[in-house]
Design a protein around this ligand. Structure first.
Ligand code: FAD
Length: 411
């Protein structure tokens, strides 16, 4: 009997979980430019060494069994009319009966001069490795007898954007650098700034969580610059504007967490989109003009979801279950399902010792929240086998941060 060819583009929260749910329900193929999944909410812990790469970025060949074929290649083009896609690898073409679009977003530099060229993005394992190296290099450049103000100038980092990502990252960086100052007996303190255009930090989160975030930024000595717009980045200098006044600052690194924009492959598709370029999907996750194409995650506008869920792993993860269910129904000629998606709660890491968690309408913070976050995320990792291995590793081996050692001693 002919097995429907189901092609899934992108192996993130939307694509991988759809593939796992669909395994064995047709000829399922997952295409990704990476050879591993990435549990992005813990990329900050990877930066600090609280978790290891294998915990949060398991390889697809460890997660998928023989029921899902994995193709490691960048997708070069999508042709909805001929029901085929082209791969960068060997210029190969693949045809499908059902297509799942789960390609996620890319960093949005919002046209700021020099931002793409001179700032560090923070979306992948390699980005976290680069940032860690940059912090170590900055520390290694400082002789122990340097005066506090000179040390501070040498070890200045800026994070652009004070959404959840910018706050998690800046507190993590500040704690790591402060710890390194103590270990290396450097004078003074590191300087970490977070720069935000809006008038407050974590604008998408509720007041209860914001209190913990504000408190953590203070405790970690992160300088918060709200109502401040970055206008230019050049080499090791960042220029920002606050109330009409521009200021330039030398830094050892600028990290860009200022937003997400549409994947270029999706931009090229001539289908119905919203004003931000997100694919308009039916409540079944299908594209209206192509009912054999399903889209989910960061590239899709889903009409029936709590607005704060937009652009989150939580949404992509929940949609994957619906996508898989509907694809099975579509292939069997059965009725499709729809679902309203709600927030599952919020969890945010704050420095190396604290976190904040909002669940059942109640927020709590501190070291207990950090433990709760680890427990919660263990349950969200893909596959039982991986969850058990990681859970055991965190429980028995611990999650202590790895200090920023001189470059030759970094693992
Ligand atoms: C650092 C960070 C922290 C985050 N923390 C949280 C959090 O705490 N909670 C939360 O809910 N959300 C969080 N998010 C957002 C969350 O990661 C996304 O909303 C979620 O990953 C979206 O899932 P997706 O499947 O749409 O896309 P993704 O998970 O981004 O997956 C897209 C996949 O497609 C692949 N791909 C892209 N283009 C191509 C191509 N041309 N060819 C082949 N493969 C391609 C990518 O490599 C990737 O594997 C975070 C994001 C980041 C970057």
């Amino acid at each position: 009997m002919h097995q429907p060819r189901i092609l899934i583009l992108g192996g993130g929260f939307g694509g991988l979980f759809t593939a796992l749910d669909l395994a064995g329900s047709g000829e399922v193929t997952l295409v990704s430019e990476e050879d591993h999944f990435l549990f992005t909410p813990m990329l900050y812990e990877y930066l600090s060494g609280e978790v290891e790469a294998w915990h949060i970025a398991p390889r697809y060949d460890e997660l998928l069994d023989e029921n899902v074929r994995f193709v490691h290649s960048k997708v070069a083009g999508i042709d909805l009319a001929s029901q085929s896609i082209s791969l960068e690898k060997n210029k190969e073409t693949m045809s499908y009966d059902v297509l799942v679009l789960a390609l996620g977003g890319i960093t949005n530099y919002v046209g700021v001069e020099g931002a793409e060229e001179f700032t560090l993005p923070f979306r992948k394992l390699a980005h976290a490795d680069n940032l860690r190296r940059r912090m170590v290099t900055a520390l290694d450049r400082v002789p122990p007898d340097f005066a506090p103000q000179d040390v501070r100038r040498e070890v200045t980092f800026a994070v652009v954007g004070a959404g959840a990502s910018g706050c998690e990252l800046s507190t993590k960086m500040a704690d790591l650098l402060t710890d390194a100052f103590k270990r290396r007996a450097l004078h003074g303190q590191p300087r970490v700034l977070v720069i935000e255009m809006g008038d407050r930090v974590v604008p998408g989160m509720g007041e209860q969580i914001r209190e913990f975030v504000d408190d953590a930024l203070r405790q970690s000595d992160v300088e918060v610059h709200t109502k401040t717009r970055v206008v230019k980045v050049a080499g090791n200098e960042i220029t920002f504007e606050h109330e009409g006044k521009q200021e330039s600052l030398k830094t050892a690194g600028v990290v860009w967490t200022g937003g997400v924009r549409m994947n270029p492959l999706i931009e090229q598709l001539d289908v119905e989109k919203d004003r931000r370029g997100l694919l308009m999907v039916r409540p079944t996750l299908q594209l209206s003009q192509h009912l054999n194409v399903f889209a989910l995650g960061d590239i899709a506008f889903y009409p029936d979801a709590t607005p704060t869920l937009a652009g989150t792993a939580q949404l992509a993860f929940q949609q994957a279950t619906l996508a898989a269910r509907n694809i099975k129904a579509f292939n069997a000629g059965k009725e499709m399902h729809t679902k309203h998606f709600e927030e599952l709660g919020e969890a945010i890491s704050l420095g190396t010792e604290r976190a904040a968690v909002l669940t059942g309408g109640k927020a709590f913070g501190g070291a207990l929240a950090r433990q709760a976050r680890f427990a919660l995320y263990t349950s969200r990792l893909p596959t039982w086998h991986h969850r058990l291995r990681v859970g055991a590793s965190w429980f028995f081996e611990g999650t202590t941060p790895r200090p920023l050692l001189p470059l030759g001693f970094e693992l």
